[in-house]
Design a protein around this ligand. Structure first.
Ligand SMILES: [Ca+2]
Length: 368
């Protein structure tokens, strides 16, 4: 599983750092370095606390006390860096790591356990169950890999000691400072200070960063609180609400098949906008891409999404605006297509199982 790190197309570190996190959590139970001296009230800590207290309207002394009490987690400095020798992008290999029998089986179980909530989310938000099932499966293997780092510790470390050698160090450090502020705001409002998550501070079944939790998380099981760590039902509603918040259009497919293997295809023009839907189906056809009937009748813009396959020919799909929405969860077309295909594959298993109900607790499908 560790090679997943190398297969990540690029590291955006926003919501869903769990592709690597799951690996780390699985291989290093406990996750972090032994307890060390906390940060203390150094000048840098004081400056950070003052900035966040002002920006997030937090009591200055309380903010300083929380940040000073955090423990450095030196290993996250390595974990946020892109691989020194990145492997060639390989959709086929990437796909195989998520669309595999055990994860599909866990997805089927998740779907059956939460069918009512998935249906309710679909009705309320217009986001199909398979999209939610795909996200939660890729993010945390249906709740198996939630991360074992203290969120306060890792966000403080990445705010104060972000590796300068990262190609976008200033931007990333500013991002983590902001996420630390959002986390402290949640704590101030009653969230547990010792909440755990990924090495980048992503939390719970859907791996929401603190700012996304604040903006998009919902109480979907009706118990009066939002709990993405212990309530898969809250996670289901929150993922669907996140999609809606990023422009999900009910009823629109995520992508269509496309053939660009023929002669006269203007591939450079077609791939120039990358995953941003830009071309009408007619324009895409004029540029040589061959689309099926459903795609030709599609009302919105399309993107020619190219997925490298190592030394083999790339794969292509025609992505819609909804495909683009999936990439707002993690900024990678490889990630998005894995989410979509995992959800679709799980969905395809549901009627089969319904037609042949298994015993209540088959040993073969019990979690280890
Ligand atoms: Ca709840």
């Amino acid at each position: 599983m560790r090679t997943l790190i190398a297969f990540r197309p690029f590291w955006m570190g926003c919501l869903l750092c769990s592709l690597t996190i799951s690996v780390v959590a699985a291989q290093s139970p406990g996750g972090q370095a032994p307890a060390r001296k906390n940060w203390g009230q150094t000048p840098a800590v004081r400056e950070l606390a003052q900035e966040l207290a002002e920006r997030f309207d937090l009591p200055p002394q309380w903010t300083l006390k929380q940040i000073a009490s955090a423990h450095p987690v030196p290993k996250v400095r390595q974990l946020v860096l892109p691989p020194a020798t990145p492997a060639a992008k390989n959709w086929s290999a990437y796909r195989d790591r998520f669309i595999e029998p055990k994860r599909i089986e866990a997805g089927v179980r998740f779907w059956r356990d939460h069918a009512a909530a998935l249906r309710r989310a679909e009705q309320l938000y217009g986001v199909p169950a398979e999209m939610v099932v795909g996200i939660i499966g890729v993010e945390t293997y249906y709740g198996r890999h939630l991360g074992s780092f203290k969120v306060l510790d890792v966000l403080t470390t990445l705010s104060l000691d972000f590796p300068a050698e990262h190609p976008r160090a200033a931007q990333r450090q500013a991002f983590f400072r902001s996420e630390l502020g959002a986390f402290l705001k949640q704590v101030r409002r009653g969230a547990p200070m010792h909440r755990k998550g990924s090495f980048a501070g992503a939390m719970g079944w859907p791996q929401f960063m603190p700012s996304s939790w604040s903006r998009h998380a919902v109480d979907f099981d009706g118990d009066g609180r939002v709990d993405l760590l212990n309530s898969p039902v809250d996670a289901i509603g929150s993922v669907a609400n996140y999609f809606v918040g990023h422009g999900w259009k009910s009823g629109m497919p995520t992508h269509f098949p496309v053939d660009v293997s023929g002669p006269g295809v203007e591939l450079a023009t077609l791939t120039e906008p990358d995953i941003l839907p830009t071309f009408s189906p007619q324009r895409m056809s004029e540029l040589g891409a061959r689309l099926g009937e459903a795609a030709r009748l599609h009302a919105g813009p399309l993107a020619l999404v190219e997925l490298q396959n190592g030394g083999n020919a790339p794969s292509y799909v025609a992505g819609t605006e909804n495909f683009y929405v999936v990439t707002r969860y993690n900024w990678s077309s490889y990630y998005a297509l894995a989410v979509i295909e995992l959800g679709q594959t799980v969905k395809a298993q549901i009627p089969v199982l319904a037609a042949h109900p298994s015993p209540a607790s088959p040993a073969s499908s019990s979690p280890p």
